[in-house]
Each structure stands twice: as structure tokens, then as C-alpha cells.
Design a protein around this ligand. Structure first.
Ligand SMILES: *[C@@H]1O[C@H](CO)[C@@H](O)[C@H](O)[C@H]1NC(C)=O
Ligand SMILES: *[C@@H]1O[C@H](CO)[C@@H](O)[C@H](O)[C@H]1NC(C)=O
Ligand SMILES: *[C@@H]1O[C@H](CO)[C@@H](O)[C@H](O)[C@H]1NC(C)=O
Ligand SMILES: *[C@@H]1O[C@H](CO)[C@@H](O)[C@H](O)[C@H]1NC(C)=O
Ligand SMILES: *[C@@H]1O[C@H](CO)[C@@H](O)[C@H](O)[C@H]1NC(C)=O
Ligand SMILES: *[C@@H]1O[C@H](CO)[C@@H](O)[C@H](O)[C@H]1NC(C)=O
Ligand SMILES: *[C@@H]1O[C@H](CO)[C@@H](O)[C@H](O)[C@H]1NC(C)=O
Ligand SMILES: *[C@@H]1O[C@H](CO)[C@@H](O)[C@H](O)[C@H]1NC(C)=O
Ligand SMILES: *[C@@H]1O[C@H](CO)[C@@H](O)[C@H](O)[C@H]1NC(C)=O
Ligand SMILES: *[C@@H]1O[C@H](CO)[C@@H](O)[C@H](O)[C@H]1NC(C)=O
Length: 734
């Protein structure tokens, strides 16, 4: 814009010089002033030349009418003392000018207030140290004190000069300018040039005049910052038409913190958007401070961008020379505008922390710096992004900063233990990445998280019945959809199952478990059944064995016993009967045993079965001679005898049965179970070895004879040939 203005000024001056310009009266709507003439042709005739309105144009190009009046009186100056003191000589009643360049004035003439009709003062290249009190010059229009030594401007210096329109104070070394020194309700300076001074700060009130203006130039000072000492507020109900403010070539590096300037709502700046601020040729730091303004105004800036917005970065070095427009023109790169946080801002010393206004977050980047535990502290701020990936952290402990974090990334660590307290403090909407760790358990507090937001990766844990919340969690949050971010794999039984494929039914009473237990149980049952079957099948054998080994040595004597041995055999077999009577019985009796042989000793008068039972009961032992017909349908009595013999044997522990396998029968040839058992167990006496050992074996088995009187007699008579027994033997032999 200003380039246009300059070229136009040049043209206008040519035209003016040629006196061909038509000046027409212009009454500014914002001040009570009627003496201004505007070059109407150029401010109205060709509007396309101007980007601005007629008022804007006239604010820059209007001249007071007295400039065209040849009667404007030039005052004369007279030095009265050394040291630059002078006084004015001349007519005080007409509009007058004081022009005194390249002089020695140290202050304005002492009697200046006597000349209240002065409209213009031009005192350049003098030695004026201060402007002094010029409030008396009510109609002063132009004040040019460039190239003097003025060092400050107070807030009342121009306050009472309502018509002051042009102010030039370049090259003075001004260091301070009070708030409201240039702009205020009573002033209406159109043009202020304070370039090439020594100001280090400038007040916002002097940059944003309420009244329309043309150009304020503060370029080439040493301004470091813009301040707002008197809490200047932009009035939202007023229209700020603005003008052009040049701040080029100062020392501002940090973008304006509008909050510090009392502009809480940055949108208010829209009010002054018609202003042009030139901020060129400064070493701008392109950081987070710049971002909010650019973000807010990027649309406007795109539209109204002109050269005087040519703001280029100096810091950080990677953006040196980059225009700030590059951050929003052609793609949004405003996220590059960040502010680093140092250790002083509580950034852990290994880490890299920055505030990124574009994403409204503070990033704590500790990626791959070898952390062994979570940092104790991180910078202040609410929307933290914690990047702790690729470290060696083992415990997820509680940290005060968890509830301020919206991203917590802990992937590729060595986490195995997670505290509930930590989980509780993490917002359930936080992006929480725990993938690639060594977890084997999950605290139940995880159920408030969404598996689609919380990234757990593929976790293999051993699930127990207490973990069935996992199934609810996975089902309710529809984790299936985000299987690739979170998948919990349970080790159940002996295999890995994704919780997605599990349901509550098979979680605890798991199939594989059931099968295993069933098989185990089945095997045990089968074994037991088999065992019982075997035990049942061989019950007699077992009984026989037990008796043989446990009670063989029993010496208990029952007084009821009358016989040592009952011999049961098939007496229809003549040969056998002969052997029993002649050989066995006589041998036994010779050995002092009392024998009972039913066919010999039985009394036929008795009811046979009862007598048999009695007889069996009074015999201590039993010899059963097993022949092929011993236990068949044909041999009724031996069958009955066997029944009672077994019964007696079973009831009385001390009794023995000696089976003599007379016909050398196999177990398979014997039908009766108990008899068969005796043969199987091998306790039968083999008849084939009768020559040598048969009788001896029988004798051994029978043990000692019962000690009765008869027995004693027998014992006595054993070695006496003429005994009762030998007689018996003889009888039997017959
Ligand atoms: C101009 O002067 C009139 C009266 O003299 C006053 O009412 C009005 O407010 C003034 N306007 C401005 C802009 O100062
Ligand atoms: C300046 O001079 C005027 C009179 O011309 C006076 O009223 C005012 O108080 C003076 N201001 C200062 C700051 O001395
Ligand atoms: C002018 O400055 C003085 C002190 O320097 C201060 O007390 C006064 O309030 C200021 N006035 C305005 C209008 O800023
Ligand atoms: C401005 O300040 C610098 C030092 O900061 C000094 O050298 C220079 O002379 C000052 N300018 C004026 C005009 O006083
Ligand atoms: C923008 O500013 C840089 C340095 O501040 C300067 O070199 C360049 O010429 C300027 N561009 C325009 C178009 O003014
Ligand atoms: C922030 O720190 C990084 C790395 O130290 C550096 O490259 C960058 O320039 C710094 N940014 C700012 C704005 O200071
Ligand atoms: C927090 O930061 C995230 C980026 O990490 C951003 O998307 C979100 O808008 C921020 N939230 C707030 C409230 O600033
Ligand atoms: C964090 O740091 C790592 C390594 O220094 C880098 O690769 C990554 O881009 C950084 N992330 C962010 C968001 O700055
Ligand atoms: C975080 O927790 C602390 C203490 O537990 C509490 O004082 C603070 O208000 C919490 N902050 C947020 C953002 O919830
Ligand atoms: C996860 O799966 C979704 C859809 O199934 C897909 O869009 C997404 O890219 C996948 N993400 C990764 C990291 O593989």
C-alpha cells in the first residue's frame, strides 16, 4: 500500500507544483476541523488507484488551507543568550511559521507562547534537549524537530494540540515515550515520524490511535517489545480505521504475547485489521508465541497479505529466512511453531519437551533415551503427550502427571508390572500405548478403557477365573474391530486363545481342561474298576493266599476240636478209597494225628448233613483229595462236604485246607471256583511226587497235632509197636 502511496505522493507533488490539481475542502468526520483541503482528483477521480477510501487518502494528502495562503508569516528568531536560548520576533496575530534549521537552539524560544497563531514549527539540526510546554500553541499543525537531542516525550506534550497533524522527531535519541503521548482522545496526529531514535519499548496506546491516521513510523529504533503499561483496551464498540504503523528494523524477536498486552481475546485484533503493521527486517523467533495469531488470522492474512508483512524468521536456525506466511500458505505447517521447554520448565534432562499450540499440547519426548523408570516430573500443562517409547521401564507406577496427559505412549519397554493406582489416574479417553512389553497380567482397572483407543498390542497373559472381566470388556467394547491395536491372548490350559474367541462359558470351565480332567477321571475309574474286577475274580485266591501267609503259624487251641484232620474224598472211587484208607490215613495216624474219614467214622443213624456239619466243625484241618469226580452232579456228598469245609475254613482263621490233586487236574478242568482258586494259587499238593515228599509235605502243612490225652498216648506209643493206633492202622489196611 505504502509503495503506492509513495509513488502517488510523487505524482501529486508534480501535479501540485504544476498547480493543476484541484484541492477541495475536506472535513474529516473524526475531528472538528474545517481548514483542510484534499487533492480531490486523486482521492476520488480514479478509485482504482487507491486500495482505500477517500478519507484514507485525504488523511495522508490533505493540506491545511494556509499552505496555499501566501500571507502566512515567517517568524524571525533572535538568540538572546549563549547556550541556545532565543526568542521570537514578529507578528503574533496572524498564522505564522517558525523555521530555524541548522541552528544552536537548546530549547524552543522562551516566548513561543506569545505566538499562539503559530501553525508550523520546523527546527531541525539544532540541539534541543526537550520539547518543553507547548500546550499554548492551540492551532499548531506541523512540528518538525528532527535531528535534535530530545530524549523523551511526555503524555501531555501534545495533548493540548488538537490540530497537530504532522509530527517529525527523527534522529533525536528519544529513549522513552509515555503511554498516550501520541494518541489519545484529544489528539489527531495524521503523520508521526519517530524513526531513528533510541526507544527500547513502545506502548500499545501509541500504536493504535482511535482516530484515523496516515502513518506512524517507529522504524530503526531499539524497540524490543511492545508494552501496555496503562492497560490500554481496544474498545470493541469503536471502529478503528487505522493507518500504517512502521516498526521495521527494531530489535523485536519474540512475537507479541497478546495476553500480556491485555488482549485476552485475540479476535479483538480483528478490530485493527485495517491497520498496516510493517515488521520487516527483524530477527524473528518463529515459535509457539507466533502460532495463535497466525492461526487466527491466517485466512485474513492470506487475503490482505502485502509486502509490509514480510516477516521472516531468524530463530530457530532451521527456519532462518523463512517467511511466516510459509507456515500457512500452501499447507498448514503451524504445528512447526513450538516452544522448547528446558530443565527449568521441569523437562526431564534426557528428554526433549515442547509446547505445540497448534495441537494444544505439550510434548515430552523421551523416545529411546534409556529411561529405567518413569520420569519423576514433567512440565506443567494440561494436555500432555508423553512419549516414553523404546526405553527400559519395568514398572508402570503412579505419577502425578498422568491425569494431565492425553497421550501416554510406553511401547517397546520392559513393563511387566502395572499399578492399579497408575491406571486409575489415567483418563479413559487417553491414547495409551503399551504395545511390545512383557506384561503377563492386566489389572482390572483396564476395563474403563476402550481397547480401540488404548493400545495394548498383542498381550499374552495367563488368564484365570478371576479374569473373566476381560471377556466382558472385550465383548462390550467390540474389541474385535481393533484387533490389530489391542488383542489379549489368554494362556488357558495349555494353549493360547485370543479373548475375542472366548466366551464366558468356556473361560473358566474350559473345554480342554474338561477333557483333560475327564480323561484323568475316566482312567482312574477304569483302573479302579479293573482293579476291583481283578480283585473280585481272584477273591478266593487272595483269600487263600492271605490265609496261608498270615495264619499258618497259629497255635491257638480250640478245646472243641476232636480231630486233627478231616479227609474228604470221593469214596466211590475204589482205588482212591484204598489209597486213603491204607496209605494216607495210616501215615497220619502213625504221626499221631486223629483223622476223620466220613465213610469210616460217620454214623449213619444221624441225619447226614447235620452230622457232617458237626464233624467238620470239630476237625482242625481238612484234606480234600481232588479227583475228577469230586465236585460233580454225581457226587452229591463230596459237594456238600466241600461247601461246609470251605465255610468252616472261612470262619476259622486257624484252619487249613490241604488239597491233594489226585488226578492232577488243571484249573480249567475244575468247575468249582474255590477249588479252582486253590489250584491256581498252587497250594495244592501234587500227587505225582507222592513217592518222596507227599506225606512229608502234608505233615508239614498240618503242623502239630492237637494235644489231647490220646495224642499224648499216641506220642508215647509212637515208638511202641503195639499201640491203639497201630491196631487201627492194621484194621484200615484190611
Ligand atoms: C466537534 O465539536 C462539536 C461542538 O463544537 C462537538 O459537539 C463534537 O463532539 C466535536 N466532534 C469531535 C469529533 O470532536
Ligand atoms: C503548560 O502551560 C500551560 C499554560 O500555557 C499550563 O496551564 C500547564 O499547566 C503547563 N503544563 C505543565 C506540565 O507545566
Ligand atoms: C501521564 O503520565 C503521568 C505520569 O507520567 C500519569 O500520572 C498520568 O496518568 C498520565 N496521563 C495519561 C492520560 O496517561
Ligand atoms: C542511542 O543509543 C546508543 C547506545 O545505545 C548511543 O550510542 C547513541 O548515541 C544514542 N543515540 C542518540 C541519538 O542519543
Ligand atoms: C522481505 O524481508 C527480507 C529481509 O527482511 C528482504 O530481504 C526482502 O527483500 C523483503 N521482501 C520484500 C518483498 O520486501
Ligand atoms: C528446540 O530444540 C530443538 C532441538 O534442540 C532445536 O532444533 C529447535 O531449534 C528448538 N526450537 C526452538 C523454537 O527453540
Ligand atoms: C490435546 O492434544 C491432542 C493432541 O495430542 C489434541 O488433539 C486435542 O485437541 C488436545 N485437547 C485439548 C483440550 O486441547
Ligand atoms: C521424538 O523423538 C524421536 C527420537 O528423538 C523422534 O524420532 C520423534 O519424531 C520425536 N517425536 C516427536 C513427536 O517429536
Ligand atoms: C490430577 O490429580 C491431582 C491430584 O490427584 C489433582 O489435584 C488435579 O486436580 C488432577 N488434575 C486433573 C486435570 O484432573
Ligand atoms: C487396523 O485395522 C484397521 C481395519 O481393520 C485398518 O484400517 C488399520 O489400518 C489397521 N491398523 C494397523 C496399524 O494395522
Amino acid at each position: 500500500m505504502f509503495n503506492h502511496v509513495f509513488s502517488l505522493l510523487f505524482i501529486a507533488q508534480c501535479i501540485q507544483n504544476a498547480k493543476s490539481e484541484t484541492w477541495e475542502k475536506w472535513i474529516p468526520p473524526f475531528i472538528n476541523r474545517t481548514d483542510l483541503l484534499c487533492p480531490s482528483d486523486h482521492c476520488t477521480r480514479d478509485p482504482t488507484l487507491y486500495v482505500t477510501t477517500k478519507n484514507d487518502c485525504c488523511t495522508c494528502w490533505a493540506e491545511p488551507s494556509w499552505k496555499f495562503d501566501p500571507l502566512t508569516y515567517d517568524l524571525v528568531l533572535e538568540y538572546t543568550r549563549r547556550g541556545g536560548t532565543a526568542q521570537i520576533i514578529g507578528d503574533t496575530t496572524v498564522n505564522s511559521k517558525l523555521v530555524h534549521n541548522n541552528g544552536f537552539l537548546s530549547h524552543l524560544p522562551t516566548n513561543v507562547c506569545s505566538f499562539v497563531n503559530i501553525v508550523e514549527i520546523e527546527v531541525t539540526y539544532n540541539r534541543i534537549l526537550s520539547i518543553g510546554n507547548i500546550s499554548c500553541l492551540h492551532i499548531l499543525d506541523t512540528l518538525d524537530l528532527s535531528h535534535n537531542s530530545i530524549d523523551s516525550i511526555g503524555n501531555s506534550t501534545f495533548k493540548y494540540l488538537p490540530l497537530l497533524r504532522v509530527l517529525r522527531l527523527t534522529h533525536n535519541g528519544i529513549t522513552t515515550m509515555e503511554p498516550y503521548a501520541l494518541a489519545g482522545t484529544t489528539m489527531s496526529i495524521f503523520l508521526a515520524d519517530l524513526s531513528f531514535n533510541n526507544m527500547t519499548e513502545i506502548d500499545l496506546s501509541n500504536l493504535i490511535p482511535e482516530n484515523r491516521f496516515c502513518r506512524y513510523d517507529f522504524s530503526s529504533n531499539k524497540i524490543v517489545e511492545i508494552v501496555n503499561e496503562q492497560n490500554f483496551q481496544i474498545d470493541v464498540d469503536k471502529i478503528y480505521h487505522g493507518g500504517f504503523v512502521n516498526l521495521d528494523s527494531n530489535d523485536i524477536t519474540q512475537w507479541f504475547d497478546f495476553r500480556d498486552l491485555g488482549i485476552d481475546d485475540i479476535n479483538i485484533l480483528g478490530k485493527v485489521m485495517q491497520f498496516g503493521f510493517s515488521l520487516q527486517n527483524m530477527k524473528w523467533t518463529c515459535d509457539c508465541r507466533m502460532e495463535p495469531f497466525l492461526e487466527l488470522s491466517q485466512d485474513v492474512l492470506k487475503r490482505i497479505w502485502r509486502d509490509y508483512y514480510n516477516v521472516t524468521c531468524w530463530d530457530p536456525p532451521e527456519y532462518r529466512g523463512v517467511s511466516i506466511t510459509d507456515f500457512f500458505m500452501g499447507g498448514d505447517k503451524l504445528d512447526l511453531l513450538v516452544c522448547n521447554k528446558s530443565s527449568a520448565d521441569k523437562c526431564p534432562k534426557e528428554c526433549y519437551c515442547f509446547y505445540q499450540p497448534k495441537n494444544r499440547r505439550t510434548v515430552v519426548n523421551c523416545t529411546g533415551v534409556g529411561l529405567l523408570e518413569l520420569p519423576k516430573y514433567v512440565p506443567e500443562g494440561d494436555n500432555l503427550t508423553l512419549l516414553f517409547d523404546e526405553n527400559d521401564i519395568e514398572f508402570l507406577e503412579y505419577r502425578e502427571y498422568f491425569n494431565r496427559s492425553s497421550v501416554i505412549s510406553l511401547s517397546k519397554n520392559k513393563l511387566h508390572t502395572i499399578s492399579s493406582h497408575a491406571i486409575e489416574s489415567i483418563d479413559s479417553n487417553a491414547v495409551f500405548d503399551l504395545s511390545d512389553n512383557n506384561m503377563y497380567e492386566l489389572p482390572r482397572d483396564f476395563q474403563t478403557f476402550d481397547p480401540c483407543i488404548t493400545k495394548l498390542g498383542k498381550i499374552k497373559i495367563s488368564c484365570g477365573c478371576g479374569d473373566h472381566w476381560l471377556i466382558d470388556w472385550v465383548k462390550n467394547k467390540r474389541a474385535e474391530q481393533c484387533k490389530n491395536t489391542t488383542e489379549i491372548i489368554c494362556f488357558i490350559g495349555n494353549r493360547y486363545v485370543s479373548t475375542i474367541d472366548l466366551d464366558l462359558g468356556n473361560f473358566c470351565n474350559n473345554d480342554s481342561n474338561l477333557t483333560f480332567l475327564n480323561i484323568l477321571f475316566g482312567i482312574i475309574i477304569a483302573l479302579l474298576l479293573g482293579l476291583f474286577g481283578v480283585l473280585y475274580t481272584f477273591r478266593y485266591e487272595l483269600f487263600i493266599l492271605k490265609r496261608r501267609f498270615m495264619n499258618q503259624k497259629s497255635t491257638k487251641i480250640c478245646p472243641l476240636l476232636k480231630y486233627d484232620v478231616f479227609i474228604s474224598f470221593d469214596d466211590n472211587d475204589t482205588e482212591l478209597r484204598f489209597w486213603v484208607m491204607k496209605r494216607l490215613a495210616s501215615y497220619l495216624e502213625g504221626a499221631c494225628y486223629k483223622t476223620f474219614i466220613p465213610c469210616r467214622d460217620g454214623q449213619f443213624a444221624d441225619i447226614r448233613e447235620e452230622a457232617l456239619i458237626n464233624n467238620i466243625n470239630i476237625c482242625k484241618n481238612y484234606i480234600v483229595i481232588l479227583s475228577d469226580k469230586y465236585h460233580t452232579e454225581d457226587t452229591f456228598w463230596t459237594t456238600v462236604e466241600w461247601k461246609y469245609i470251605w465255610h468252616s475254613f472261612k470262619q476259622n482263621k486257624e484252619r487249613q485246607i490241604i488239597i491233594i490233586n489226585y488226578h492232577q487236574l488243571d484249573p480249567s478242568e475244575v468247575r468249582e471256583e474255590k477249588l479252582k482258586a486253590f489250584i491256581r494259587v498252587g497250594t495244592d499238593v501234587d500227587f505225582s511226587n507222592r513217592k518222596h515228599h507227599l506225606f512229608k509235605e502234608i505233615h508239614d502243612r498240618l503242623g502239630s497235632a492237637i494235644l489231647t490225652n490220646n495224642g499224648l498216648k499216641c506220642a508215647n506209643t509212637k515208638f511202641i509197636p503195639k499201640s491203639l493206633h497201630s491196631q487201627d492202622m492194621f484194621m484200615l489196611d484190611i
